[in-house]
Design a protein around this ligand. Structure first.
Ligand SMILES: *Cc1c(COP(=O)(O)O)cnc(C)c1O
Length: 358
């Protein structure tokens, strides 16, 4: 018997569906560096429409999408970007905005819901009369959903308020919208509304949308033409890229509109975890497809050991800190996978606690 695998490490682990593979095989392609790939154009037009911006550009990854966006907004040397201290750009992107772009990061504390206090954002903006000593603030970045906060949604109203602060000070607003489709589904608000105040957005297609590769950045025509040039500089110009864009188009059609299913399963999963007394989970923080849960001290185990035991049963989860484990739902996790994973977690806890009932 082939052992069952339930991969909950991330929503990036999905494999292209048969329909996607067929679309990839049949994709119409041309050289996209020369600007002629019809399938890439189609994807970019679709994303332009969905976000209400002027133009879009397919890029190899969310990391490159954020890097290009920040660098376009901060093209003058000595620029500073305001970032959440718990943001993906600040923590997980190799400090690329500094090491490659020469952009200085000014971090502001992220609240548990992924926002930053507006007063702290205002206070982080450098004043023109400080020019002799300080870098020049040019950009504010938000993240929606906010990954490290458990995939929490940032509202359109909050985003507008940050957008107003940016406008008042002549700054740009970038949204790392790696999981903006999840935010849109959970809030019941179109993506276009959530990103209305943003000058640019980077959106992953390789997460909830289920494509094997790629992200798209959107913004004004002039932003995208600069971004296209920078993409080439960074080695992200790809030739017959329609093969990848075709998969993303299938994902947009078949999966992007069904993320509520992942969110519903995440709630069921959370409820199941709450029944296990050696675990702690903050149900309120589960707004989308991610769940972070803690092993209580009484269990006397580490997330690493816990995940190894789980793995023996074919359930893959990620240890994220000394006490915390992360699971992420995606379209290749069914209701039955959720109950199987919960059963495995119960057994792992019992095994660690030394209870005979395994
Ligand atoms: C995944 C992710 C990214 C980066 O995407 P990659 O395609 O893995 O480079 C950026 N921001 C957030 C919030 C993410 O979750």
């Amino acid at each position: 018997m082939v052992r069952r695998t339930v991969d909950l490490r991330s929503d990036t682990v999905t494999k292209p569906s048969d329909v996607m593979r067929a679309a990839m095989a049949g994709a119409e392609v041309e050289d996209d560096v020369l600007g002629f790939d019809p399938t890439a154009r189609k994807l970019e037009e679709e994303m332009t429409r969905m976000t209400g911006k002027e133009a879009a550009l397919f890029v190899p990854s969310g990391t490159m999408g954020n890097l290009i966006s920040v660098l376009v907004h901060c093209e003058v040397r000595g620029s500073e970007a305001i970032l959440g201290d718990n943001s993906h750009i600040h923590i997980y992107e190799n400090g690329g905005i500094s090491t490659i772009g020469g952009v200085h990061a000014k971090t502001v504390k992220n609240n548990h819901d992924g926002t930053m206090d507006l007063a702290l954002i205002r206070a982080a903006i450098r004043h023109p009369d400080e020019e002799l000593y300080f870098p020049t603030t040019r950009l504010i970045c938000l993240e929606n959903t906010h990954a490290n906060s458990g995939g929490r949604c940032i509202s359109g109203e909050y985003t507008d308020q940050v957008g107003l602060i940016a406008k008042e000070h002549g700054l740009k607003l970038h949204i790392d919208g790696a999981r903006i489709f999840n935010a849109s589904a959970a809030l019941g608000v179109p993506v276009q509304r959530l990103v209305q105040a943003a000058d640019s957005v980077s959106i992953c297609l390789s997460k909830g949308v289920g494509a094997p590769v790629g992200s798209v950045i959107v913004g004004s025509k002039s932003f995208i033409s600069k971004a296209r040039r920078l993409r080439k500089t960074l080695g992200g110009g790809m030739r017959q890229v329609g093969v990848l864009c075709a998969a993303a188009l299938v994902g947009l059609r078949d999966h992007a509109g069904r993320l509520q299913d992942d969110h519903r399963r995440a709630k069921i999963f959370t409820e199941g975890l709450r029944q296990i007394k050696q675990l702690k989970v903050d149900a309120e923080s589960v707004e989308t497809n991610m769940i972070f849960f803690e092993l209580k001290e009484s269990l006397k185990s580490s997330p690493e050991v816990f995940c190894e035991i789980l793995q023996e049963q074919g359930v893959l989860a990620l240890p994220t800190s000394d006490t915390c484990v992360r699971v992420v739902l995606h379209h290749q996790i069914s209701d039955s996978d959720v109950s199987y994973a919960l059963g495995s977690i119960k057994r792992a806890v019992a095994q660690i606690a030394g209870e005979v009932d395994q």
